[in-house]
Design a protein around this ligand. Structure first.
Ligand code: HEM
Length: 126
């Protein structure tokens, strides 16, 4: 069986599983000593919503993110945050734990994990 493409993932995950994934990830962020200072303390729900809607769009679902936020330009949008190797690794650790917590299937993880991994490396800016 050939691996799923990134753009096929939304059909397998759906809105609610993505919502659970991102919620689990942000529960980790809240108490993380490296990442929590970077995120807007008064708008963590907003941050959660933006990441979730980005993933809906990028994984092949409805394109609401584009309408609401425009082109993702993620390198530019992350420029204000000092993302070094350890911040990148911590982000990946928390996302990996979140994928485990919500029990994503191996088939989905096989595609989703390398996607996150590569994107996180691409966002290193320090
Ligand atoms: C490498 C470690 C990373 C760090 C430290 C980091 C940190 C942040 C921070 C502090 C924000 C601002 C929160 C907000 O107000 O929205 C943000 C936004 C965002 N991040 Fe990351 N991020 C990382 C990796 C990633 C990855 C791998 C993705 C995609 C798979 C991603 C996607 C996003 C998106 C979509 C937004 C919201 C952009 C917007 O519409 O304004 N980030 N990130």
């Amino acid at each position: 069986m050939s691996p799923l493409s990134v753009e096929e993932l939304f059909d397998h995950l759906g809105d609610s599983q993505l919502e659970q994934l991102v919620a689990a990830f942000y529960r980790g962020v809240r108490s993380d000593e490296i990442l929590s200072p970077m995120y807007p303390a008064d708008d963590l729900d907003g941050a959660e919503y933006r990441l979730k809607e980005f993933l809906v769009y990028r994984l092949g679902g409805p394109q609401r993110y584009l309408t609401e936020r425009g082109h993702p330009a993620l390198r530019m949008r992350h420029a204000p945050f000092a993302i070094d190797q350890s911040a990148r690794d911590r982000w990946m650790e928390l996302m990996t734990a979140a994928m485990q917590e919500v029990e994503l299937s191996d088939e989905i993880r096989q595609t989703l994990e390398p996607f996150f991994d590569q994107m996180a490396t691409f966002l290193i800016n320090r």
